[in-house]
Design a binder for this molecule. Structure first.
Ligand SMILES: [Zn+2]
Length: 221
């Protein structure tokens, strides 16, 4: 569940990020009535098994059946983990177009939620989040170039801090105008590794991803 908005007296419009069909919005009837259907199920951190009904001509699908497939109840007791998970779900919600399957984003997101639920593993929630966010940008076609200047193509100098502009898509050297974020050599190295699947040392990358997502989001998305 990446979003739920109250609808009518007792219903909600719930936006799901699904493995099979990408982002899909559906009406969940009765989920807010006194005798609630699906109590506790339509929460954001779990993996659900979902049956949707589509009607010809109807804009929204409706939830036919839903059950928890993987419950993640420990995650919500850890504020940092919950913040990281909530941010990732928001990035998916605003970044992914409706009804386009995104298997790589799906598996990365499920991996993040599982890791946050398990805890430990030597990485902080923010490090894991930054890694997922950098790869999410790549999957959406907004991947950041953190090795060469997006203006002139000159390679960033190893061992020196580099300017980055998430709106322009990566590093921007001084001669090309620089950028609002300054990446230390260590952070830039970690972020480049994260694009290929790592996460260590990337905490500082969350702001970069946040700005890149904001720059590409459709209004009202
Ligand atoms: Zn340049």
């Amino acid at each position: 569940v990446v979003r739920a908005v109250a609808y009518g007296e007792a219903d909600a419009v719930v936006t799901f990020f699904t493995e099979a069909a990408g982002k899909v919005a559906a009406v969940a009837r009765g989920c807010r009535s006194a005798r609630r259907r699906y109590p506790g199920v339509l929460e954001p951190m779990h993996t659900l098994r979902l049956v949707l009904r589509e009607r010809a001509g109807a804009e929204l699908a409706s939830v036919e059946r839903v059950a928890i497939e993987v419950a993640r109840t420990r995650l919500v007791t850890d504020l940092d983990a919950m913040t990281a998970a909530g941010t990732a779900l928001r990035w998916v919600r605003v970044g992914c177009p409706p009804r386009v399957p995104e298997p790589a984003i799906w598996s990365d997101l499920v991996g993040l939620l599982d890791a946050l639920e398990a805890g430990g593993g030597g990485l902080s929630p923010a490090e894991r989040l930054a890694g997922v966010g950098l790869r999410l940008l790549g999957h959406l076609g907004y991947g950041l170039d953190l090795e060469t200047c997006v203006g002139c193509g000159r390679a960033g100098e190893p061992g020196r801090a580099a300017h980055a502009d998430p709106v322009r898509g990566g590093l921007v050297c001084r001669a090309c105008g620089g950028g609002p974020l300054v990446l230390s050599p260590a952070l830039r190295h970690a972020l480049v590794a994260a694009q290929a699947g790592g996460a260590e040392g990337t905490e500082g990358g969350v702001a970069l991803v946040e700005q890149a997502i904001a720059a590409h989001v459709r209004p009202g998305g």
